[in-house]
Design a binder for this molecule. Structure first.
Ligand SMILES: [Mn+2]
Length: 328
């Protein structure tokens, strides 16, 4: 762990007057949890902060204390002297404001993705951290800011979800150690689990059914492919956030080394040339490095969890994905 880098970040934060804090679009538990944790911590020491995420807060995370502080649009970017970018492998992950945000004088990049491009003026990348929230926790602790129940709930939720409930390969000792401390600070594991995993809408159950039905297996039986089209989303009355976690079913099949989820993006239907926008998620059983595939398509991620965006036709994409199995 790089303490001097941490000291520099703390110095910047302490000296800042107006801090923009942002995390990636289509926020997951780590993106929203890290955002709230550092935001609430800086508010505690009376810093002026602006918490930003371009995407709406997924329903399962709306219970998080402080979630009402998150804005989805930035009106005046000139007022910020410091920006903290969380859980983003590249700056473009924050969405449309990336270019304007890149001009903020102090740009702090806090992340745990192996494919982080190293943007920003001050970096804290730790690929051994289970989550960005783990790094955020270390910063808050080093700053001697007390961990309120709200901060503890955010950090616990981030670690719980980013480790796939302590099942994913990034589950490390600090995941447990920090979560234990968060419980001491007031995080309620049962309440958090109920909010995040407890209840599904009927639409989400129907979506699960159609997603499971879509699973196809490669000839060598080492790759599984799940496809979720806009048609499926519309038919079930669900949203993109409801897709979160479904890939784990494709990954769980015995003998599968790589699971792929093809997700047709929202704006796809507007196109007239037959091409559509897709997001492709890749998960491996820990023996295959899926970042290689993701990087070759301009994406990124971790060793066993990565993704990329592509504009093509569904048939072509399905053939491309099945082609991945030849390298496994
Ligand atoms: Mn993360």
């Amino acid at each position: 762990m790089n303490y001097s880098m941490m000291d520099r970040i703390i110095e910047h934060l302490v000296n800042s007057d107006n801090v923009l804090i942002a995390s990636h679009i289509n926020q997951d538990g780590d993106a929203i949890g890290s955002l709230l944790a550092i935001g609430l911590a800086l508010n505690f020491i009376n810093k002026k902060t602006f918490l930003f995420n371009e995407s709406p807060i997924p329903a399962v995370y709306r219970f998080l204390p402080g979630v009402e502080l998150v804005e989805h649009q930035i009106d005046d970017l000139h007022t910020f002297d410091t920006a903290v970018i969380l859980d983003c492998g590249n700056l473009e992950r924050i969405g449309k404001s990336a270019k304007a945000v890149s001009k903020i004088p102090v740009l702090i990049n806090i992340d745990h993705h192996a494919t982080n491009t190293g943007y920003g003026t001050c970096l804290f990348i730790d690929i051994a951290a289970c989550s960005t929230a783990e790094i955020v926790y270390r910063i808050i602790k080093k700053m001697n800011i007390p961990i309120s129940k709200a901060i503890a709930t955010s950090i616990y939720t981030a670690i719980l979800t980013d480790t796939g409930s302590f099942r994913a390969s990034n589950t490390n000792r600090s995941a447990f150690a920090i979560c234990e401390k968060m419980i001491d600070c007031g995080a309620d594991p049962y309440e958090i689990a109920q909010n995040v995993y407890g209840k599904y809408s009927l639409g989400r159950i129907r979506l699960l059914n159609l997603a499971l039905e879509s699973i196809e297996i490669s000839k060598n039986a080492k790759l599984s492919m799940m496809t979720i089209t806009r048609d499926i989303i519309d038919k079930t009355g669900t949203r993109s956030e409801d897709i979160d976690g479904l890939i784990s079913y494709a990954k769980r099949i015995k003998g599968i080394k790589v699971a792929v989820l093809i997700q047709e993006e929202k704006n796809s239907l507007k196109k007239t040339n037959g091409l559509k926008n897709f997001h492709v998620s890749l998960r491996s059983d820990g023996t295959i490095d899926v970042t290689e595939i993701a990087l070759s398509f301009g994406g990124g991620g971790h060793f066993s969890a990565a993704g990329f965006n592509i504009e093509t036709t569904l048939d072509k994409l399905r053939a491309i994905v099945m082609g991945f199995s030849e390298k496994i």
